[in-house]
Design a protein around this ligand. Structure first.
Ligand SMILES: [Zn+2]
Length: 571
């Protein structure tokens, strides 16, 4: 009935031949499968070497199983109940439809013959297999979950009926449920905000905060204490701010959270940040263009020099830097970082946390690291002359230095270093690439729809921005040398709203970036202390795309929307 399971070897050979992966990827996949015991397709998705859906389509095709999308299915309860929720979730197997003697089932793992046999016996139906991508399946499997609001009602009842210790336990469980819910919603932060007469729980999803729950004020003590206990904080301290970390294991996911508790007027406010530990550190999945990836690959080949990254908090700088470090992290190099805070942990890398009380500043940390024979350094942030000078000197003396700075765009990083007192010839001879980025919300792939408009209209939308150069943009989107006309009709995209994206039309995020390569001409401009505007003009001549242009091109590819591009580049 069911096809023979696809072997790792066969899949990897296919991907290599189709040039969908390279030799370096192959080594990474093998290392990952050996370490984790995952199958190759899971490892590929885990490392985000290919997108979940890409790898799903390929595996389905090679296994000769029909591919399906399940995120938007409305599956009746009586069908769901054919497979118990626990089994369904643990094995990522979803009943979709019962059809006479057949039960249609979607899974991403066809290597479970015994389970399928068991299900056939239990349901007394023949199982018809479909293949669905992992994330899509996980979304659909949420149909089994009890909504948070219902859990809150159950908690209230438990307190009423049982009170005391068991009531407190119910509140603690509710906290676990909130954290699990947030991770399932791909939220980045959870805010627990005591008000005068209630507690508001909000989560940040794709950049925006949403209220998810209103809790009775009586929950406050137990809830905050539970957070403090989990994070190893002082439970009797109510007047000072405290920071810590929480690790939580759920049946299907391990979570790591950064915790901050601060006293406010109506109690103590808690912010839990879900750390990026489990998002894949993969440059392709961030949505860089081929040209941008090539620049980064070139940077990784260099033996010295500086790579500057700029962007506001939450622009994905850390993810980008760690994706690069992950690739460079081989046994024969010494990588050291000094950061505040250390957000992502990478095995084999020496990560130093800034601690101002102990006088472990960026500058001091950097100085100590340099005494330990490093090859690659990451400076979490350059914000003073001292740190800037040490970093530049390190880059000059045979180290690769990655650093972030606070500026609006890539070109401004160069004058910024000069302002901080670094000699212009040093900036000119050390900086290889300056990169600025933002994260735009990605159009939901499960409910994407197209929309037509004239190119003129799109350009009008952007021409009020002084840094938008319509002529340059028209050149960028020329079609194989043929110039486009502004009267031409083009297609943009938006998400209609569905279950997978919580009716927002967005799902995840995509990097919108500009990469300024420092070449001979630009070095000359820096030596002459030229302003950022002239540096951009020169870089544009050489083909640099600004963030706005990059975002616009991504909206033509259906990755994001023009409105998103405006929103993020204005920040
Ligand atoms: Zn959607």
């Amino acid at each position: 009935m069911n096809p023979a399971p696809l072997q790792d070897e066969e899949l990897l050979n296919f991907l290599l031949e189709a040039q969908l992966i390279g030799e370096a990827d192959l080594r990474a996949i093998k290392r990952h499968t050996e370490k984790t015991g995952l199958r190759a397709d899971q490892a590929i998705a885990d490392l985000a070497i290919l997108s979940d859906e890409q790898i799903g389509l390929i595996v389905a095709d090679l296994s000769k199983i029909p591919f399906t999308k399940v995120g938007n299915l409305k599956i009746p309860r009586k069908i769901l109940d054919l497979i118990p929720g626990k089994i369904a979730k643990e094995n990522l197997i979803l009943p979709m439809k019962a059809d006479g003697n057949f039960l249609q089932v979607a899974t991403n793992n066809i290597h479970q013959a015994e389970l399928l046999q068991f299900l056939e016996k239990k349901t007394k139906k023949k199982i018809k297999l479909f293949y669905a991508a992992t994330m899509d399946l996980k979304n659909a499997l949420r149909a089994y979950e009890i909504p948070l609001a219902q859990k809150l009602e159950e908690t209230k009842k438990a307190i009423e009926v049982k009170g005391g210790k068991q009531g407190a336990e119910a509140i603690a469980n509710l906290l676990d449920d909130i954290i699990y819910y947030a991770s399932q919603e791909r939220a980045s932060d959870i805010h627990i905000e005591p008000q005068e007469d209630e507690i508001i729980v909000r989560v940040r999803m794709d950049g925006d905060l949403h209220d998810i729950l209103f809790l009775p004020k009586e929950f406050e003590d137990v809830l905050i204490t539970r957070v403090k206990v989990l994070a190893n904080l002082k439970t009797d301290e109510h007047r000072a701010a405290q920071d810590g970390r929480i690790k939580m294991d759920f049946p299907d996911i391990k979570l790591s959270l950064r915790v901050s508790v601060i006293p406010i007027h109506d109690g103590e406010k808690v912010v839990l940040r879900l750390l990026a530990g489990q998002t894949s550190l993969n440059l392709e999945s961030l949505g860089y263009t081929q040209q941008q990836l090539n620049i980064l690959r070139e940077v990784m080949q260099k033996t010295h020099g500086m790579i500057l990254v700029t962007g506001p908090t939450g622009s994905g700088k850390t993810t980008t830097l760690y994706s690069v470090l992950r690739i460079m992290n081989t046994r024969d190099v010494n990588i050291s970082t000094v950061e505040d805070p250390v957000e992502i942990r990478l095995p084999g890398v020496n990560q130093v946390q800034v601690n101002n009380e102990a006088n472990l500043t960026f500058a001091n940390g950097l100085r100590s690291m340099l005494r330990q024979d490093p090859d690659i350094l990451l400076v979490g942030e350059i914000r003073d002359t001292e740190t800037a000078n040490i970093a530049v000197n390190a880059a000059l003396t045979g180290h690769i230095v990655f650093a972030t700075l606070h500026t609006n765009d890539a070109a401004s990083t160069l004058p910024r270093l000069l302002e901080m007192g670094v000699q212009h010839f040093l900036v000119a001879s050390t900086v290889n690439v300056a990169l600025a980025q933002r994260l735009a919300r990605r159009v939901c792939p499960f409910c994407i729809q197209s929309k037509e408009l004239s190119l003129r209209k799109l350009i009008d939308l952007f021409s009020t921005f002084e840094n938008f150069d319509a002529k340059h943009f028209m050149e960028k989107i020329s079609n194989g040398g043929r110039k486009r006309k502004t009267s031409e009709i083009i297609t943009i995209y938006e998400g209609k709203g569905c279950n997978s994206c919580n009716q927002t039309g967005f799902y995840g995020r995509v990097a919108v970036a500009e990469f300024l390569e420092v070449d001979k001409e630009i070095r000359k401009l820096i030596s002459k202390k030229t302003l950022a505007g002239d540096i951009i003009a020169q870089a544009r001549k050489k083909g640099m795309m600004t963030m706005m242009e990059d975002g616009l091109l991504k909206s033509l590819q259906g990755l994001t929307t023009p409105e998103e591009v405006i929103r993020i580049t204005r920040e």
